[in-house]
Design a protein around this ligand. Structure first.
Ligand SMILES: [Fe+2]
Length: 245
């Protein structure tokens, strides 16, 4: 994941662009947050216009998506804000429809975005790795002491969405409670990425990160102290085991 250090970046400051890659059809717009120039793997904020449709189909790379507003239908299943999807490469999803519009945080993990119309999985697809979960309502917050060592200060809570047993990479929702603070500086040997769904937090090196704030932080970058006056809700992930030095 050779991406540049991008921090801080706020997607509210840039306009959406039309998605023109083949297969995605009309009515999908994106803001590019970070991209790996070698592989095309990327992270975007996405807006689906009302009436957007995508036929049944698959991608040649894994993607993860968190719906942030509106709702998306896959076949008969309605996915509202808070739904997290991890779709492995080659897994065919049912027809996608967005009757009243939606926004989402979307990551293509190992290659550039692709879409191939198909109502069958690719023969090498690992369907058992497909995740579709209402992360807001159906997963409980847990303290970081259960997953991260040394733990983050109390008041930062997690919901684990994806764990890769080979790399120990994690994708997770996290929150900071109002008046959260942590007064140490730390770094780690994994890359770290995060997006603020709501709220503002402050970091000594990079200042305030508001709603729509994003970073892609390579290994070994000092970060902290941290503070949040009113709290935040965010999505984060690492590319390998997170150890806070
Ligand atoms: Fe970190």
């Amino acid at each position: 994941m050779a991406r540049k250090h991008i921090e801080p970046f706020v997607d509210r400051e840039v306009p959406f662009k039309k998605m023109t890659l083949p297969g995605f059809g009309k009515g999908m717009q994106y803001k590019m947050l970070s991209i790996d120039d070698d592989t095309g793997a990327c992270t975007m904020t996405i807006k689906f216009n009302s009436g957007y449709k995508l036929p049944p189909g698959m991608s040649y790379t894994e993607y993860e998506m968190l719906i942030m507003s509106g709702s998306i239908k896959y076949g008969d299943q309605v996915c509202n804000a808070g739904y997290y999807l991890r779709v492995p490469p080659g897994v065919a999803m049912p027809e996608m429809t967005v009757p009243r519009g939606a926004t989402a945080f979307l990551m293509y993990n190992f290659a550039e975005p692709s879409f191939v119309e198909s109502d069958e999985d690719h023969k090498l697809a690992m369907r058992d790795q497909l995740t579709m979960v209402d992360s807001y309502d159906d997963i409980a917050w847990m303290p970081t002491t259960q997953t991260i060592y040394p733990a983050v200060a109390p008041g930062c809570l997690l919901k684990i969405l994806k764990y890769d047993p080979l790399t120990e990479a994690l994708s997770f929702l996290y929150c900071m409670t109002p008046k959260f603070w942590q007064d140490n500086i730390s770094y780690h040997d994994c890359a770290e990425e995060a997006y603020h769904i709501w709220g503002t937090s402050w970091m000594m090196q990079f200042g305030d990160l508001p709603t729509g704030g994003y970073f892609w932080r390579p290994p070994w970058i000092n970060h902290g102290a941290f503070r949040s006056e009113l709290g935040i809700l965010a999505f984060g992930r690492t590319d390998s085991k997170l150890h806070n030095y």
